[in-house]
Design a protein around this ligand. Sequence first.
Ligand code: HEM
Length: 251
Amino acid sequence: MNALGKAILSFWQSSIGKKLIVAVTGIILVGFLIAHMTGNFLVYAGREAMNDYAYFLHHFLHGAGIWLFRLVLLGAFILHIVATIELTRQNRIARPKRYEHDDTVQASKSSRIMIVSGLTVLGFVIFHIFHFTIPVSAELRDLPDPTDPDRKDVYLMVIKGFQNPLVVLFYIVGVSLLCSHLSHGIASIFQTLGLRSEKTREAIRKLGWAVAIILWLGFLSIPVLVGTGAIEDSGPSEGSHASVQTEGAES
Ligand code: HEM
């Protein structure tokens, strides 16, 4: 093995190396979530805005952009999961029973909860990809944009995708678990990067909660508003605007 290979291996084998990997990949994943939630808000701007955005994402750098982005996202996701599991395993082996006291038991309980909520998020993401990215439901497949049949009607796919109350319920559970994972995980990133002191501990804890709550509200607003009928498709003839059912808008 060459020197670089050895350095990478010893970085991976060290506990701090894996913690850094979890923290850095966590930053990438939180960054993705903030960007994805912001992009999703275009549903409120209507069909044209949402479909323009999806078209841009799929054609950026002649279509190579989205694959580059998927590669980074998938790599970050896999490394985040594998490093967390390895860290927990390593800690369990390294911790002698006689040193177990309340703090250690608490820490291992919380890392177990992080692993369980993290793996549930993995299940949610797999479902979500088969819901919207590679729709398995015939109803959500092959939806051309009425103003440009060469483009996908992502807007209609989202509206139709949340018509089923069970799907909405699944999203509520999945996103809630994701955000509970984040409420703890964001503060841990600061700790791993040495950015948390006794003085800033409380502020960072609150920041973690604030980001998690904003993401929770932002992501869930769409399935809940569509699922309850507060937002519905205004129909191809009206073109580009979602109708928000506030004052008896026409159907
Ligand atoms: C709850 C509200 C959400 C809505 C309305 C939504 C909407 C969408 C849509 C429409 C796509 C497909 C885009 C396209 O093919 O053009 C997509 C893809 C994706 N979403 Fe979401 N999403 C939501 C929540 C989430 C959450 C919470 C996560 C992460 C845990 C997530 C992760 C992803 C991923 C990884 C992709 C695949 C990106 C790709 O490679 O194409 N989404 N989402």
